[in-house]
Design a protein around this ligand. Structure first.
Ligand code: CUK
Ligand code: CUA
Length: 656
């Protein structure tokens, strides 16, 4: 005990000295008669901090005005949003609205641009006001994050959102007309040629409805390759295609790179093709879908598939989506299977593209496949057989590099710059660090609790940075103050730069259940500080055509339409009085004519369910029918200036 205290004091003193030296301060030798809590040692003692804690604090603390080295884009789970978090400080910098309305950004809370977006995002005739985001994917150039775009999937309603990282706003939502749900995407190919979206729970493909009795005949999996038009910053559905797959449930995917460029790898489970029915005495899905010891890793030649999809007669169009039927895919050599154990979840391609790491939730090993061996087997047509649908199956033993026992419930794998891999162990609630060559377990660290994904700095690129790993934990249990039975998730920052992993920081996430995240070097991002020109339409990413201009503010009546050309600047709107007749259609074109950074104005109209956010230079149009007579104040919803409260006006709707 004495020893521990002595050690503790010494280490605290060292850490304190390091901290002060780092800050450029000198330590003046002093007696111990300092006031309470002014030196690091006594503060640490008072707060019960260990020397490890102090080191962690020093590694993560960012003084005001200091920027983080990395930004993490984390899926927001069922918030339908994307979280932007600074690393190593773990400060939340932004919540990007993607699939759900978000009033602060004025996202889908009034502007016509977002009404169009939400219209595109409808499915099955429904407005969809939630999303279940799992996998964000940063755009890549030559296998490196380029900081231009971010894609995110909605598992629940099979959709992909496109976010432009010039302004961190969602520009497009594409819906998949042929999937029930998706899951394994979004992942991009190394030059963002395609955004990959595999389905998860299979549904009938060639017909609208089929009973579960005909599951094996009528239900199908699909993988969609969404063509990305980088110039336009949009997915081009007309240039996109899908491949018909067996009705297995497809899971995580990753794109090949380097030697495996042009190929994609998709996990699957429920190759048993169980259809559930616990209520009828059938095995429940959880048993029926995990009977087999092996499922199938799908190996897909997307580069060749794109050529095939462009040939006449090779595709069928279903609900507007071009699909390569399974028989064509087999005949053209687009799809192969290889067994993978057991209830697989993660599939991750190594940075050099030479290996694919797969983990099965019910197998304590990771399995490392060799791309060389896979390619050789495909080229030499060495198959162990075919599945029920005629897809060639490669021989498991002859295409793996090896297997390594890591622990219970391995899920997802990330890589660093030193040849190490990191795999989350859900059941063991640890992260395992292991060596790829030779296969060897190096170390495990406890996380709290039940880790799903992990994300490493630049982890999905050709050249990961190492340094940091974030463990995205599903349960937090006792880590934070009790806030009732619905608990936050817990992001834990881990230092992987040293010999041993060190847990640095806990960040509770009280919004949705994040799944995956990607971490990009902050200096790769070049977002606008203000919109480039006044009158900027963020939808078109150009100056808008019919926008309000300073000096030409006005109200124009065109029949029963009233067009308002309004500007916003500290601290007034112009015009301030809008008088219309009940039943008129009101179209307000509003431009924030500020050039100062952070001089954002809001525009909220009472009781009309409208709020816009207008960043400097931005122009938006909001149109609505003034169906309710009365007097409705509108005001700026951002505290922009000392006279912000005066930045207001009246919408007067005369009764008919
Ligand atoms: S999944 Cu959530 S922990 Cu959707 Cu990538 Cu594995
Ligand atoms: Cu503008 Cu407050």
């Amino acid at each position: 005990m004495m020893n521990f205290m002595a050690n503790f004091k010494r280490n605290v003193a060292i850490a304190g000295a390091v901290l002060l030296a780092g800050l450029g301060l000198s330590i003046v030798a002093q007696s111990c008669a300092r006031p309470r809590g002014t030196d690091i040692g006594s503060i640490a003692r008072e707060r019960g901090l260990t020397d490890q804690d102090i080191v962690a604090a020093v590694k993560t603390y960012q003084p005001t005005g200091k920027y983080d080295e990395y930004l993490m884009f984390a899926s927001g789970g069922h918030s339908g949003q994307v979280l932007v978090i600074g690393i190593p400080s773990m400060r939340l910098l932004k919540v990007i609205a993607a699939f759900t309305p978000e009033p602060w950004q004025g996202y889908a809370t009034g502007a016509d641009e977002h009404k169009r977006l939400m219209q595109q995002a409808r499915m099955a005739g429904h407005d969809i006001t939630w999303g279940d985001n799992h996998h964000p994917a940063l755009s890549e150039t030559d296998g490196e994050y380029d900081g231009q775009f971010l894609f995110i999937n909605d598992k629940a309603n099979p959709r992909i959102a496109v976010i432009d990282l010039r302004d961190f706003e969602t520009k497009q939502i594409v819906t998949s007309p042929i999937m029930g749900t998706n899951h394994g995407g979004a992942f991009v190919t190394p030059n963002t040629e395609y955004v990959i979206e595999p389905s998860q729970y299979s549904v009938p493909l060639w017909k609208d409805y089929a009973d579960l009795d005909s599951y094996e005949e009528d239900y199908r999996g699909v993988v969609t390759f969404w063509k990305f038009d980088r110039q336009r910053g949009r997915i081009d559905p007309a240039q996109s295609f899908a491949i018909e797959l067996p009705p297995y449930w497809h899971d995580l995917s990753d794109a090949g790179k380097g030697p495996s460029f042009g190929w994609a790898f998709l996990n699957s489970f429920n190759t048993e093709m169980a259809t559930g029915g616990i209520e009828a005495g059938n095995p429940p899905f959880e048993a029926g879908a995990s009977r087999n010891d092996m499922d199938y890793l799908h190996i897909i030649n997307w580069q060749r598939a794109a050529e095939v999809a462009a040939q006449p007669g090779k595709t069928r169009t279903v609900k507007g989506q071009r699909v390569i039927p399974m028989d064509v895919a087999i005949a053209e050599g687009l799809v192969y299977l290889v067994p993978e154990p057991k209830s697989p979840h993660g599939a991750d391609v190594t940075p050099d593209g030479s290996r694919i790491v797969v983990s099965g939730k019910l197998d304590p090993h990771v399995t490392v496949y060799s791309w060389n061996k896979i390619k050789q087997a495909i080229d030499q047509k060495q198959f162990a057989g075919t599945d029920k649908y005629g897809i060639p199956i490669l021989d498991f033993a002859s295409v793996i590099d090896g297997q390594l026992e890591l622990g219970l419930g391995p899920l997802h794998t990330q890589f660093d710059d030193k040849g190490f891999a990191y795999t989350s162990l859900f059941l063991e609630t640890k992260v395992a660090k292991w060596r790829l060559q030779p296969l060897e377990l190096v170390e495990k660290i406890d996380v709290h609790y039940n880790v799903g994904h992990i994300a490493a700095a630049e982890g999905d690129t050709r050249s990961p940075d190492g340094k940091y790993l974030v463990s995205l934990n599903k349960w937090s249990i006792d880590r934070f103050n009790n806030v009732g039975p619905l608990l936050p998730q817990n992001f834990q920052l881990i230092d992987i730069g040293g010999e041993r992993m060190q847990l640095l920081y806990d960040m509770p996430i009280g919004i949705g259940e994040p799944h995956y995240a990607q971490i990009i070097k902050a200096d790769k991002l070049k977002p606008f500080e203000v919109y480039p020109e006044i009158g900027w339409d963020p939808g078109a990413m150009a100056v808008g055509r019919d926008v309000a201009v300073a000096g030409r503010e006005r109200i124009e009546r065109r029949g029963n339409e009233v067009h308002v050309y309004m500007t916003a600047i500290r601290s007034h709107f112009n015009p301030e009085r809008i008088k219309v007749r009940q039943g008129d259609r009101v179209v307000i074109h509003i431009t924030n004519i500020e050039r100062a950074r952070d001089a954002t104005h809001g525009f909220g109209i009472a009781q009309y369910n409208i709020n816009l956010s207008l960043e400097p230079g931005e122009s938006q149009t909001v149109s609505f029918v003034a169906d309710k007579a009365g007097v409705f104040p509108f005001y700026c919803t951002e505290f922009c200036s000392a006279l912000h409260l005066e930045m207001t006006g009246y919408l007067l709707v005369e009764p008919r």
